[in-house]
Design a protein around this ligand. Structure first.
Ligand SMILES: O=C(O)CCCC[C@@H]1SC[C@@H]2NC(=O)N[C@@H]21
Length: 259
């Protein structure tokens, strides 16, 4: 499959990591997963100019117009699946710093639980992490899929979207790959070194809605509550309107007045 890549972008990413660009793929996560299942070792970035079946979190589609960034990083870290709680937040922080490298105003970028990135309250990036485990519950492989709106902001989404171009920043997929791959390397090293507390603290300093009322939608319920903090296991602790605390592990967070 890598033979059919249009360009080898390995010189753009940190040494020891390979990167291949395809002008179009169904999904970079699907491609990276299929390579992992065939024994590809990584670390490897799979990048695409567009995706015909981009995957979002919770079974959603990810609209994938040419000009935006679509990339998946395949890794085989020697970690237990139970060590992954801080991973989504490390990835979100890496994307945030890559956006700062591109010239986005630092104070305008926030991280929305679990791993969306917002600029001025609108979604600019989403992350889909997929993995497989060995029988002993250690990780077999990890695929970290990242989408970033560089030139288009799809409006058919649950959350208002924005792109860098709307903020006056023009950056190519290639340039963004360079920034993002460097930041991912740094933050993933922090995660591999088990610096979860530092990751949680950095994320919490730029977390969207902390201390504020938000609407939460899980697969089974919708409720409002005041976001308190991250739990040690990466869950989001919310104080319900009746004063009880509840921790959620999968779901979406919206402004409190969202219909
Ligand atoms: O729902 C979300 O917010 C997560 C979206 C993740 C999209 C990226 S684009 C690159 C990678 N390949 C995919 O099919 N999905 C992820």
């Amino acid at each position: 499959m890598l033979n059919s890549a249009e360009e080898n972008w390995s010189a753009l990413v940190p040494s020891g990591t390979e990167a291949f660009f395809f002008s179009s793929l169904s999904s970079t996560n699907e491609c990276a997963t299929s390579l992992a299942q065939k024994g590809e070792k990584g670390p490897l970035w799979i990048l695409a100019g567009s995706q015909s079946a981009g995957r979002g979190r919770r079974g959603r589609q990810w609209t994938s117009y040419q000009g935006n960034f679509f990339g998946s990083l395949l890794l085989r870290p020697s970690m237990k699946a139970s060590d992954c709680a801080a991973l989504p937040f490390a990835v979100a922080l890496a994307i945030r710093d890559a956006l700062i490298d591109c010239g986005v105003r630092e104070s305008s970028i926030q991280c929305k639980w679990p791993n969306d990135i917002l600029i001025d309250g609108c979604k600019v990036s989403g992350v889909l992490i997929e993995s497989a485990m060995k029988a002993d519950h250690s990780l077999e492989y990890l695929v970290i899929g990242i989408g970033v709106n560089l030139t288009h902001s799809p409006q058919e989404t649950k959350f208002d979207a924005v792109c860098l171009k709307q903020k006056g920043i023009e950056i190519s997929v290639k340039e963004f790959t360079r920034f993002l791959s460097l930041q991912c390397e740094a933050y993933l090293q922090q995660w591999i070194n088990k610096q979860d507390e530092a990751i949680y603290a950095s994320w919490s300093a730029v977390g969207w809605g902390l201390g504020q009322k938000r609407l939460i939608r899980t697969a089974t319920e919708t409720f409002t509550g005041v976001i308190q903090r991250l739990g040690v296991d990466g869950g989001l602790i919310v104080m319900l309107d009746d004063g009880r605390e509840k921790c959620i592990y999968a779901g979406d967070v919206f402004p409190p007045n969202k219909s």
